[in-house]
Design a protein around this ligand. Structure first.
Ligand SMILES: Nc1nc2c(ncn2[C@@H]2O[C@H](COP(=O)(O)OP(=O)(O)O)[C@@H](O)[C@H]2O)c(=O)[nH]1
Ligand SMILES: [Mg+2]
Length: 306
């Protein structure tokens, strides 16, 4: 955690290679900028999964500067690309966390099966623990016994509390008990794991709405965060999930996982431009340490190597 740009670049190397190789192919060092070159660059950005909207915004900004005579050389253009990309990501950020942090802060994790919810919860638990904040997990994916077991294993490994009921018990009741337990034990953060089976789409959304509602009954204002976990290897396809979950429960942030295994990490920019929901965390591996807070500038500098 708190990875340097260089370390992050290492973790995201597939994405970095895709983007930097693409950019270098149309923009060799010392190249002079012209309109055709800007068109080609836009193509490269789109094929790097940055998405048409973000690619267009980046190139439009660059074209303005070029026509205004402000940039003429490849190096200046590369600098422009990165600064516009950072701006796109920073635009999605809400005002800074208020000084009066809710206690406990209740975070609900949602997302399709297999995207990495449970693993991300382990990573976040470790992060909060390292910050000196105590964590309690709610095993609200009660659909499969294995899901509760998996969360339990992580709770043991990372050393945090867990509240769980039996298999097929009411996920909302688990969340309710967990929030109350956190209040009475004085825990700082509650993280609610949820199921993600999409073949019963409307049931899942109803279940998530109920968890949200009931968490709010246990503690006013809870859940304070609802994070959608997206599998980064699915690229643009994964983004359709944002709309689905946002409409159902209202998202406050995104987590992009499996960024170690994909060249499609540019998708973060597509998400930011199209949905204006901030990315909070990124995951790049299967251990509790393969995780970082999302920092727009650091992320862009890692994937756009100059
Ligand atoms: N390579 C890699 N694998 C991950 C990452 N996050 C999760 N996984 C793996 O993806 C699989 C599904 O993760 P899980 O947390 O169970 O997903 P859930 O169904 O959303 O709870 C597991 O095998 C995890 O080890 C990641 O950032 N990188
Ligand atoms: Mg899970």
């Amino acid at each position: 955690m708190g990875f340097s740009i260089k370390a992050l670049r290492e973790k995201l190397s597939k994405t970095t290679n895709r983007i930097s190789t693409g950019i270098k192919s149309v923009l060799p060092k010392g190249a002079k900028i012209n309109d055709e070159l800007l068109d080609e660059l836009e193509e490269v950005l789109i094929t790097a999964d940055i998405g048409p909207e973000a690619a267009m915004r980046i190139i439009e900004d660059a074209r303005k500067e070029y026509h205004g005579g402000k940039i003429t050389r490849a190096e200046q253009l590369e600098e422009m690309i990165t600064s516009t990309a950072v701006k796109i990501l920073e635009d999605t950020f809400p005002p800074r966390e208020s000084v009066e942090r809710p206690n406990p802060m209740v975070i609900m994790m949602v997302g399709v099966n297999g995207t990495g919810k449970t693993t991300t919860i382990a990573k976040m638990s470790k992060y909060y623990k390292n910050q000196g904040r105590s964590v309690l997990l709610a095993a609200s994916d009660t659909f499969r016994a294995a899901a509760v077991e998996q969360l339990n294993l992580w709770a043991d490994r990372v050393g945090v509390d867990i509240v769980k009921h039996g298999q097929n018990s009411d996920p909302a009741a688990v969340a309710y008990d967990a929030v109350n337990a956190a209040k009475s034990r004085g825990r700082d953060v509650v993280i609610i794991d949820t199921a993600g089976r999409l073949h019963t789409k409307s049931n899942l959304m109803e279940e998530l709405k109920k968890i949200k509602r009931v968490a709010g009954k246990a503690f006013e204002g809870a859940p304070h965060e609802i994070l959608l976990v997206i599998d980064g290897t699915t690229g643009q396809n994964g983004l359709s999930q944002i709309k689905l979950f946002d409409e159902a429960v209202g998202l406050t942030g995104l987590v992009l996982t499996k960024m170690d295994g994909t060249a499609k990490g540019g998708v973060v920019l597509a998400a930011a431009t199209e949905y204006k929901i901030p990315v909070r965390y990124i995951g790049f591996g299967e251990t509790a340490e393969d995780f970082d807070l999302f920092d727009p500038e650091k992320f862009v500098k890692a994937i756009f190597r100059q």
